[in-house]
Design a protein around this ligand. Sequence first.
Ligand SMILES: Nc1ncnc2c1ncn2[C@@H]1O[C@H](COP(=O)(O)OP(=O)(O)O)[C@@H](O)[C@H]1O
Ligand SMILES: [Mg+2]
Length: 439
Amino acid sequence: MAQVILENVYKSFPGRKGERIAPVTAEPLLTPSNEGLVAVGETPVPPTGGVSVLRRINLSVQNGEFMVLVGPSGCGKSTLLRLIAGLEEATGGNIWVGDRLVNDLAPKERDIAMVFQNYALYPHLSVYDNIAFGLRRTKLGNGELGVGSGEEQTPKQVPGWTEDALVALTRSLPKGLRYLSDKEKAVDEQVRTVAQLLQIEPLLNRLPKQLSGGQKQRVALGRAISRNPQVFLMDEPLSNLDAKLRAETRTQIVKLQRQLGTTTIYVTHDQTEAMTMGDRIAVMNQGQIQQLAPPLELYNQPANKFVAEFIGSPPMNFLTVQVKAPLLIQHSQFRLTLPEVWSSVLQKYDGLSLTLGIRPEHLSVGVPAPKNLPVQVDLVEALGNDTYLSVTLAESSTLQVRIPPDQVVKIGDALWLSIAVDKIHLFDPQSGLAMRSDC
Ligand SMILES: Nc1ncnc2c1ncn2[C@@H]1O[C@H](COP(=O)(O)OP(=O)(O)O)[C@@H](O)[C@H]1O
Ligand SMILES: [Mg+2]
């Protein structure tokens, strides 16, 4: 187990013309004093040239933490994982695993195991041998999970044969006739412990082609776990599974991670996966971390409009409103008095516009009133436990609404929607940053 720290990490890829990328340099961070400007530290200067994919990533993953990186496709999640794994070199910044600076270490020296979206199993090897493969090639500890790597065991010399040759030669024989070296016994113990943990013991003798998608993914996890690394990196490991299996495997991975306590960085584009798995979530967009927080904090206090829209399904609704201090917000179709906690924000924006954010569950069917929204129902999705409506406000804005399943609403109905006024969010229309109320 180990913490993982990313410090001012940048990554650029060469552009089409293969232009050179100038690396990140450091400039003194200056502050005024009696003697003029003095240096108090260093601030990185971003690289120039090429295509910038990651910018100024600062992230500290605690020992044993389950960290999720979530963001839309192309935002740089896989690149960031590959930098941590050592499969890609950073253009600038530092990466620490435990107390080691790993910038210049080869992937195999970093003590990290990575699980990809594609299972990458050896097709001609059994499940057992797929899990044992890495163990046979690397140093093995004393065979127990949760114990750090020990010394490489020197094979005993049998006259004329090395132990490895005997193991290989007798591998295809029935179990009782196989030659097992001390190392192979330790491998066997480790494979069986991992198989038990993942509940794949009955599958050990099968070939990958005889497994379902979910089983293959568990074997791939088994291969990563068996090496007992300091850190697991997982890049969308569930995206090839169907919805039911995805939910099941999701739970299994979380349980397993709790059991092993291994620091894990898990990448997904799926906000439900992020919300249900992560101790903390880093929301990424366009190569930058937008917000880092525990799941419910992201949901309840999004730092900006991007996070507000990305986390939550269906997403938050947005409307442009005009501010009239002390506490009024106005839209062409409604006017709403906000709670006192918003007074200082509204004072600052008096006469200007703000973006109002409302989650679908914070709208409900109400009565005709100036504070309510007159809408027309375009779509009704009854899911059984919930009903979602898609409605139009004043022919231009479409809003998503969640209503109780027993409430009868039909396409074409005209409704008045009431806003749960203590649940609203406000964003600056230019920067997208969330306004904080005084509560
Ligand atoms: N080897 C590469 N050369 C050039 N551009 C790359 C390379 N690898 C990734 N990219 C670009 O970097 C961006 C981030 O990619 P990626 O990290 O795979 O995103 P994600 O995993 O979030 O979908 C994308 O725009 C992608 O096209
Ligand atoms: Mg990716």
